[in-house]
Design a protein around this ligand. Structure first.
Ligand code: CTP
Length: 426
């Protein structure tokens, strides 16, 4: 029996990146032999084992032939005569099909090293199409390695387009789509994932709410990029930059950035390029998308709040104290300060995600943070100690918070207005 390191571990070591998980393939062995050596069988559909000590995954070399639609219909052969080359051939990309033996020699029958060096994501064989999820995987790898200069090979793009147009994506489960999308959101350039899906025609099938932003215009004065889909991609990139290394829920923040303008796709033709009311209009498509893909609650809530209130934040310097208090209550900044910080970062990303405005100041953030501090300093315990009860507690808190906000506003607004005149946003 021979054991090889395969997949992401070999690929990422050759790219000098940190190796996350190590997957192994075992050639010339049976399930029984591995069990006798103390490996623990975990795979249901095909034989995958955990190493007795390292707990790393070891899979018997196998071939797979598709026998039906979707991901369920596979006929696997994992007999001991399946060769390493046969196992590598059923994989998605050449860069994922390099094996390393225990002496450190590379086995690279599909020229994965050459593609790594040339920065190309290339499928290995037509068998790529047997798992339509690979369309999403390639888009995700393109997002991950974009900064390294990776591009998708033209023939792979054509095959991805063919798969997308074939209707096969419709067989993917919500769980698999979301898992892949969540991983893509965590990548360095998550916008590339959605751009690639758009390019191959998969976005329309998987995320019609986002696809519909394509060619929806904005006023060029504030949005030189004009197109709402392009704007959304720029905002997502800015959100990725702003959330890297921050103590925030970065995937949820990026998802909220992705969804913040979905309402623009529903703007009546007659009022374009303006988008009055798009903040509320966007709530329905966000709910639809989240329900369809079973998006976790935290992502959904943050996305809905960013969609509904981003224009309020953009206009913060013009708002009255009562409106700011209402906003703070709606966002529940008292109990959810981190979520408020995330929403502010999405608004900042929205400001920066416009061609030529990448460096433009956004005083709204510091302004609202100062007001947040002032209002949150109102002592809830003191209100209760003074004998207020039930509904009266809320009313008294609102009264005191409003007073604190009015005082702070009078103090800081002139300074902010003097220093900056923020560009209007939509
Ligand atoms: N739909 C899939 C899923 C996986 N694989 C193969 O199985 C390997 C392991 O898959 P996985 O752990 O999902 O991906 P990695 O390549 O290890 O990448 P990551 O860094 O995202 O874990 C891949 O390299 C690829 O060869 C595949 O061909 N098709």
């Amino acid at each position: 029996m021979k054991v090889y390191l395969v997949g992401g571990a070999v690929r990422d070591r050759l790219l000098n990146l940190k190796v996350q998980d190590r997957d192994w393939v075992v050639v010339g062995a049976t399930q029984q032999q591995l069990i006798e050596q103390g490996y623990l069988q975990v795979g249901k559909d095909f034989p995958v084992f955990l190493h007795p000590q390292t707990k790393e995954e070891y899979a018997l070399a196998r071939t797979e032939v598709k026998s039906g639609s979707g991901y369920t219909g596979f006929i696997c052969d994992f007999s001991p005569h399946i060769s390493l080359e046969q196992d590598l051939c059923r994989r998605d990309l050449s860069i994922n099909a390099i094996a390393q033996d225990q002496q450190g020699n590379l086995h690279d029958p599909y020229r994965g090293v050459a593609d790594l060096n040339a920065r190309i994501l290339r499928h290995i064989s037509p068998a790529f199409a047997e798992d339509p999820l690979r369309v999403l995987r390639v888009a995700r790898f393109a997002a991950r390695y974009h900064a390294l200069g990776f591009k998708i090979a033209p023939e792979t793009l054509s095959l991805m387009t063919e798969i997308s147009l074939s209707g096969e994506l419709g067989h993917l489960s919500a769980e698999r789509i979301w898992l892949e999308t969540e991983k893509a959101l965590a990548e360095k350039d998550p916008q590339i994932y959605f751009e690639v899906l758009h390019q191959v025609g998969a976005l329309a099938e998987l995320f019609p709410e986002i696809e519909n932003l394509h060619q929806v215009p904005n006023p060029a004065k504030y949005h030189p990029e004009v197109d709402s889909f392009i704007h959304t991609m720029l905002v997502l990139k800015q959100a990725a930059l702003l959330s890297e290394g921050e103590d925030v829920h970065k995937n949820a923040l990026r998802f909220a950035a992705l969804c913040h303008d979905l309402g623009k796709a529903l703007t009546p033709q007659a009022i374009l390029p303006h988008h009055y009311g798009h903040e509320k209009a966007g709530l329905v498509p966000i709910k639809n998308l989240c329900q369809r893909l079973k998006v976790p609650v935290y992502y959904r809530e943050l996305a809905l709040l960013c969609c509904e209130y981003h224009s309020h934040v953009h206009k913060a310097l013009e708002l009255r104290p009562g409106t700011i208090l209402k906003l703070f209550n709606q966002l529940d900044i008292w109990r959810r300060p981190r979520r408020f910080q995330e929403l502010m970062l999405v608004c900042l990303a929205d400001n920066r995600g416009r061609t030529g405005f990448e460096q433009s100041p956004y005083p709204q953030q510091a302004f609202l943070q100062e007001l947040q501090l002032a209002a949150a300093a109102v002592d809830v315990k003191a209100v209760i100690a003074e004998g207020f009860e039930k509904q009266a507690i809320r009313e008294e808190l609102n009264r005191r918070r409003l007073a604190a906000l009015s005082k702070k506003l009078a103090e800081i607004r002139p300074l902010f207005i003097q220093n900056q005149s923020p560009p209007s946003l939509y």
